[in-house]
Ligand binder design. Sequence first.
Ligand SMILES: Cc1ncc(COP(=O)(O)O)c(C=O)c1O
Length: 428
Amino acid sequence: MKKIDEAIWRPFTQHLTVHPALKVKRGKGVMLELEDGRELIDAISSWMVNLHGHSHPKIAEAIYQQALKLEHVIFAGFSHDPAEELVEKLKPLLPKHLKKYFFSDNGSTSVEVALKMAYQYFWNKGEERKLFVALEGGYHGDTLGATAVSQHFSKPFSNLLFKVLRAPFPETFWGDQEVEKNEAEAIDAFRNIFAERGEEIAAVIIEPLMQGVSGMKQCRPQFLEAIEKIAHQYGSLVIFDEVLTGFGRTGTFLALEQTKCRPDFVCLSKGITGGFLPLALTVTTDAVFDSFLSKEVFKAFLHGHSYTANPLGCAAALASIELLEHKPYEAVGKKMKEEASTLLDHPLVEKARGLGTIFAFDLKSDENVYGSTVGQRFTELVEKEGVLIRPFGNKVYLMPPYCISNKEIHRLFQALQHGLASLLNQVG
Ligand SMILES: Cc1ncc(COP(=O)(O)O)c(C=O)c1O
């Protein structure tokens, strides 16, 4: 077998201790075919981006046809059909008060754009609001602004980052008896932050209903509604980062549909192209947009990326959204919930939770027995069952593409069952 190229520096990888990367030859539907001949079900949609299965012919064809017409063009001063058609397609699917669409390339940049727009919105009006509020455990990406509001992977950069106030996130799960108490405490803490510094806060950023990288930690809609109300009372803007939750993941097109919230920004990426090409959108209100209108050029939003609104990405997104029209995520979510019930009483399963096509649980982990490697060991056991997962520490999640069949969903849960049984054997 050909050796994996050692010149490649991989993302989120400690190269001193990592296992060699698995080489993928091709992907079809939910399956990944490895160079060593094995096949794995992609139960995490390849970092939560793939919606309709790998190498979907409709999206592949849309990209090919677009590439024959126009692969890319500068988007400042120029426009093209795929971008305009994509915005038209999204308008009826997004809340009506969100009227302006700004393109970028990935989840981090969609957040970066929202943070910069929120800050400049006040600056343009002659107000200085230097602070942002983020929720404990949140993750919003790797660019420096997104790192500042995130609570993961930020340690080496702490001296470089702008100030962010953290509010508690009232994590909940199925059968949680404490949820109301935890929520009330979190809302009080949020209110106190705003009572002290509300006039200085430009925006609050939130992963609605499900914090992804924190390990699919869930909260209830009523919590989001309460904190949004407080932020708006102080004139602060509200950013919903739907990079992970968007495009059906939580059972509705956007997670915000399950709330009464009216955020000032929504950030979209990951599933936007069905997992084919990098693309992102930051969608905002006329009020935000209008604050940038001025005869002074520096009041414009002087921000953009070379590949802004790449026509191939837009064509992929259009095809992907068409495939979402019959809401394939609804049936997947229903079957996953049904299968999940078989795991709930397992002695190693804690805090089972889920929404739509996302199911997660914590592996009961006694640091002394398992060490911090429990997630990695479980991954290897499940991989032997032909399923690819990638837990966050001891937090295991499933988030498969929507083309998955009921039989394949059953196989996923059987693989988890077998993995749990082997893990239980290991610890005696
Ligand atoms: C909620 C959320 N926001 C932003 C990002 C960053 O997206 P990207 O990795 O495309 O930059 C992620 C990535 O996992 C995410 O989960």
